[in-house]
Design a protein around this ligand. Sequence first.
Ligand SMILES: NC(=O)c1ccc[n+]([C@@H]2O[C@H](COP(=O)([O-])OP(=O)(O)OC[C@H]3O[C@@H](n4cnc5c(N)ncnc54)[C@H](OP(=O)(O)O)[C@@H]3O)[C@@H](O)[C@H]2O)c1
Length: 336
Amino acid sequence: MRIQIIGFGVIGQGLARVLLRKEEELRQRYGLEVSVVSITDISGTAHAEEGLDLRKALSVARETGAIVNYPGAKEMSGVEAIEEIEAELVVEATPSNIKTGEPGLSHMLAGFKAGKHVVTSNKGPLALKYRQLVSEAERNNVEFRFEASVGGAMPVINLARETLSGDRITAIEGILNGTTNYILSRMTREGLSFEHVLREAQELGYAETDPTYDIEGIDTASKLVILANAIMGIDATFSDVKIRGITRITPEAIRLAKERGYVIKLIGEVKNSHLEVSPRLVPETHPLNVDGALNVAMLHCDVAGEVTVVGKGAGAIETQSAILSDIIAIWKKVKG
Ligand SMILES: NC(=O)c1ccc[n+]([C@@H]2O[C@H](COP(=O)([O-])OP(=O)(O)OC[C@H]3O[C@@H](n4cnc5c(N)ncnc54)[C@H](OP(=O)(O)O)[C@@H]3O)[C@@H](O)[C@H]2O)c1
């Protein structure tokens, strides 16, 4: 299967590394031979009909920070690469933008228009334009999968839609942002202030230089919108979510909660078509009380009851579990 990678940062490069590592295994287990025919970042596009040398692409990215330095690469944009280069599948891994969805939105739409399947880790376009994206994919008769856009390596979307396909999911609650969970976990364990832990998390690279999306609950809200649409069939968008972040949580509030056997967690919940992100009291013994940077989702099912899944919400390699599972699912479907 010929694949194009758009966005060659943490996730794009992680995919290249995992494809190299699993080349033989994918062939043996699934008869899947992946050929990455193009890689695009903001600098341009590297392209080879017979498949790029992924080791070379990784070393170019590592040493120069720009894929345009790959031999023969051009200053070609993502949309141009999708329109002009022959391939079956696009992996879209550019930064998430919750204001416009761009550049990912244009890449995804260009992919569908060109008759290409799309796999993405980019939540922005989905949180803003879920219905449009899904209907464009359907209209063009291509697959659109996005397990990595929620919870990185935590397999919640495919679990709900495929394994639990006989159930109706009536509500979803979860911790969908690792950075805020890391901050709250350390505040709880060490009695430190929000500002202190945030500063340390930034120094250690666990939190972004601009942590607004995480600490204000925006990242969690984007993922909640995707779950509401993809799992519960609710036609919601980002502006439908009631959002409160964790910036006002004090060590005192955490201590008082602890004395009563609770922890404070940033919970995203969809229930009765209502979407909300807010800090909540969670009993210490409850399955949603997961520590550190982990993510967790509890699905309330009409047959299975409660099903909880816990996993790593991010990571260059871990997130490839989700991306690979989507690529393999598409491969199985198209090869018949
Ligand atoms: N990191 C994770 O663990 C993780 C987990 C789950 C989901 N995600 C999501 O996956 C996506 C990628 O994350 P990341 O961590 O890999 O981000 P990243 O390291 O910032 O990489 C983004 C890549 O996209 C490129 N890019 C930016 N604008 C572009 C454009 N207009 N056309 C083509 N390429 C463009 C960047 O190029 P330059 O470097 O040249 O600017 C860079 O190669 C995001 O949407 C993120 O939310 C990430």
